[in-house]
Ligand binder design. Structure first.
Ligand code: CAA
Ligand code: FAD
Length: 389
């Protein structure tokens, strides 16, 4: 068991929660993953299974009917889902960290009651819409506009790469109300979908996470009620960035799930072929690879838990630690899948073996939720400030 050493860091309810998540994923999600990947099709079934098992409300406070397990609970869940199906983990992370997470942290009581409940059963899926055709990393330069006219915000612009954006459910939309104010003119809104004059143009055909839908959506004078702004005017960029800290932990945890699964598959292969990498007498190159995979995965795990704890405490160093966790988790996932494929050789390269899917799926965790380069910029920026730890 690659995780048993972390039990001193986690409370009993968290460990029990993880056990439950692991069981549900092994029985009900993992068996569907290869087919969903091959068909490149999102399955509502995955979300409804998780909803029925009470696994979609992990970050929602108890007073709103959720589990109230915060970012720590969410990272444990995401790792478990990613072990079985990276695409489901991507869609769940978008839903949990970026949709319900944004609402429970920054929404009003009325917004939470109205826009969260229907999303806990898995029938409606949440999304978060920041990136645009011409703005990915430079999020503050976004061009989609929101203009207040009477009782409505009028939305215009185009969003791209939006996970779950084509599915019925709420979307957190990040738009500018005044471009001259740069990031201080940016606001976050709740957009219920489907919505008149909000058109989904296409679904992307991708290398991995193929069963997690990624779409482009255009707003042409689409209307939402004035009360759908989240927080105070001008707070929207900060709100989006704070939610992204949580999503970055999601991407990191997907990397951790990939790492653990890659290690398990490599070990299974070596044992099946009676290659014993653990004995010092037979210290093959595979055993050295496995040792490196294990070191990096356990280091990433500690980094992810530390960052999740700091984020749950709203600690001033949380942003930096989430960025470090994202780099560690995502790059370790890619490293482990790469090494596992090498250990399995041509068997690992075959579509019928899971290493191949892990390898393809994990790659994007170094790109979405802010690229590895952007995370390193965030970490480097922190050197301008004295440490608050
Ligand atoms: N947490 C909290 N606050 C943050 C923050 C963070 N991670 N990053 C920035 N801020 C705050 C700053 O403190 C600053 O606040 P003040 O106004 O109080 O000073 C404000 O936001 C502006 O910050 P910067 O001056 O640093 O802004 P910038 O324009 O120079 O660039 C950036 C910041 C780090 C490059 C940012 O644009 C960024 O993170 N880009 C990456 C975009 C991204 O992550 N996209 C992900 C899309 S969602 C997704 O991908 C989901 C999915 O796959 C499912
Ligand atoms: P660019 O910003 O064009 O960057 C290109 C390259 O230049 C990268 O290597 C980048 O690291 C580097 N670079 C850019 N700026 C700098 C800099 N200042 N310093 C150093 N290097 C730099 N977005 C959403 O809003 N919501 C979603 O749900 C969502 N889901 C996604 C799902 C998938 C499968 C994918 C692929 C993307 C998704 N995204 C989503 C978008 C994602 O967050 C962006 O792709 C990502 O932020 C990078 O933006 P970009 O692709 O435009 O790259």
């Amino acid at each position: 068991k690659h995780y048993s050493t972390d039990s001193f860091l986690l409370s009993k309810p968290l460990i029990e929660f993880r056990e439950k998540a692991r069981e549900v994923v092994a029985k009900k999600i993992a068996p569907l993953a290869d087919k969903a990947d091959k068909e490149g099709k999102f399955s509502e079934g995955h979300f409804e299974i998780l909803g029925k098992e009470g696994l979609l409300d992990v970050k929602v406070p108890k007073k709103y009917g959720g589990l109230g397990l915060g970012n720590i609970g969410s990272t444990l869940l995401t790792e478990e889902i990613a072990y079985g199906c990276g695409a489901t983990a991507t869609s769940v992370s978008g839903h949990t960290s970026l949709y319900t997470g944004t609402l429970v942290t920054f929404g009003s009581e009325k917004q939470i009651l109205k826009y969260i409940k229907p999303h806990l059963s898995g029938k409606y899926v949440g999304s978060f819409s920041l990136s645009e055709p011409e703005n990915g990393s430079d999020a503050g330069g976004l061009k989609t506009t929101a203009k207040l006219e009477g009782d409505n915000w009028i939305l215009n612009g185009s969003k791209m790469w939006i996970t779950n954006g084509n599915l019925p459910g709420g979307m957190i939309l990040i738009a500018t109300t005044d471009r001259s104010k740069q990031h201080k003119g940016i606001n976050s809104f709740i957009v219920p979908k489907p919505l008149e004059n909000a058109t989904v143009h296409r679904l992307e055909d991708k290398l991995g996470m193929r069963a997690s839908p990624t779409c482009q959506i255009t707003f042409e004078n689409a209307r939402i009620p004035a009360e759908n702004i989240i927080g105070k005017p001008g707070d929207g960029f900060k709100i989006a960035m704070t939610s992204l800290n949580s999503a970055r932990l999601g991407a990191a945890s997907i990397g951790l799930g990939t790492s653990r699964h890659s290690i398990d598959l490599a070990l299974k292969y070596l044992r099946r072929n009676k290659i014993h990498p653990i004995t010092t007498a037979d210290c093959t190159t595979s055993s050295l690879k496995l040792a490196e995979m294990e070191c990096r995965a356990q280091a990433a795990r500690l980094m992810i838990y530390t960052a999740a704890k700091l984020l749950d405490e709203n600690h001033p160093e949380a942003t930096k630690y989430c960025a470090m966790a994202k780099v560690m988790g995502s790059e370790t996932g890619t490293f482990c899948a790469h090494q596992a494929m090498q250990i399995l050789g041509n068997e690992g390269y075959l579509a019928e073996n899971k290493v191949e899917r892990l390898y393809r799926d994990n790659r994007v965790t170094e790109i979405y939720d802010g690229t590895s380069e952007i995370q390193r910029l965030v970490i480097a920026k922190s050197f301008d400030e004295p440490s608050k730890l």
